[in-house]
Design a protein around this ligand. Sequence first.
Ligand code: FES
Length: 570
Amino acid sequence: MTRLRSQDWFGGTGVNGFIGRSWLRNQGFTDADFDGRPVIGICSTWSELTPCNGHFRELAEHVKLGVREAGGVPVEFPVMSLGETILRPTSMLFRNLVSMEVEESVRANPLDGVVLLCGCDKTTPALLMGATSVDLPTIVLSGGPMLTGRFRGAPIGSGTAVFAMAEQVRAGTLTEAEFRQAESCMSRSAGHCNTMGTASTMACLTEALGMALPGNAALPAVDSRRRVLARETGARAVGLVREDLRPSAVLTRAAFANAVRLNAAIGGSTNTVVHLLALAGRAEVPLTLDDIDAFGRDIPLLVDLQPSGRGLMEDFFAAGGAPAVLRELAPLLDPSARTVTGRSIVENNRDAPPPDGETVRTLAHPLARGAGTAVLRGNLAPDGAVIKPSAASPGLLVHRGRAAVFHGMDDFRARIDDPDLALDEDSVLVLTGVGPRGYPGMPEVGNLPLPRYLLERGVTDLVRISDARMSGTAFGTVVLHVAPESAAGGPLALVQDGDVVLLDVPARRLHLDVTDEELARRRATWKAPDPVSEGGWQRLYVDHVEQADRGADLDFLRGRRGALVSGDNH
Ligand code: FES
């Protein structure tokens, strides 16, 4: 092993060596800690304001044990956490900010390798993006999902059940008191959402990307075996440093292709599209929306979990988790992808349990065919839009209907239940002003609630189109991530009430049945919205955020900048 970068701080003589070591000794560091052992940073997103990550301080202790046992020196440090259910206006506004904080924290400190403690939705992509731009040996440990909750004897899935029950309240089939009662039934243990929402999906994709040990995604947060995994992850971080195995050797195009394939097979969140595109940008791997459509197009749905199916993450764990799916998918994976174990993705999962035929299906008997996130194009989305077919109503995947247009969520909430809109089951709800720049931050509002009077008539789904995202726990025939967004002058901004919209998912088409001449006339009178913020982070974000088809990263953050630091700590 060549001289470690931490020795630039700890191995020196004179004033700089004294300063690098002395202050750390106040925490009990010994001479042995400075003798050239790998220093492993444990990047934690613990926060009581991020309930999904509330158990991370304890988990970090088990990582430290593993680092110590393998001959390394663990140092835990915090970065801003992102509580999906708490942060306003949307946690996505801060994903790139946290990625910057991770990148600068890792580079500026005497670290040789990093363990990323990820859990709630945006914490996984934020930490991966930041660490990838530095490219020191890195491994992910997820916090794990919550245990299955039950309400009136039936399993209750994070998010998915909330959306369904909220519609029942609106339809008058569930009382407010019962809705309130379900709150404590749902969140009965530490951990992140127990559906195949964005957190679970991103945890699965870290395995497919090769950035976490096999089994990382599905182990429940409170299962004692997650502590064992934490210990093994800490030990492996030391091994990565000794082998100089960095994200640049793991996050290849083959790894991204495998991640997209697993995302399709598990019925994963549409949010992974923007996260994978942004991460690929940091890894300097060419990846486009069309690649995502192509990689996932022929992949069948193998996992029967909410929101696409029935089960929850505890069921997935019992059925073998991501390793069982990756084993079954092996003939469709790119076997050249190397992982943090030092082995290939196929070798990692060769001995995983076979599909149980229930929660995890076989390629021969899938739940559905062609489950990958579909990328739509047309005059309404010249740079693309996405839809998750496995969470949509089959009868709406090819649809023609008249638009009802809402400009932002305040407008939507004020008018959606107005009977004078006279919406019916063929109507297409169009929402503008909720993209990366327009909101700002691209919130999860794309799965718009249906009007009360249609719910009362038994209508359960409408085609909905916006430049927003939607929660990975949500469902419906929802077209998302329309690019360019309306605030950037995309055609979505030009849709008017009554326009006919054509959605054809099999043909990958999203078309506004309005002539080019009429659209040009409307564009001539279109005015860009006023800036939503005068300064601070929001100003920087709005000025530099890229569109959804490029991952909504900041333009100046793309790429790797490495771990070199010029100058001492003056
Ligand atoms: Fe944290 Fe769902 S709210 S993962």
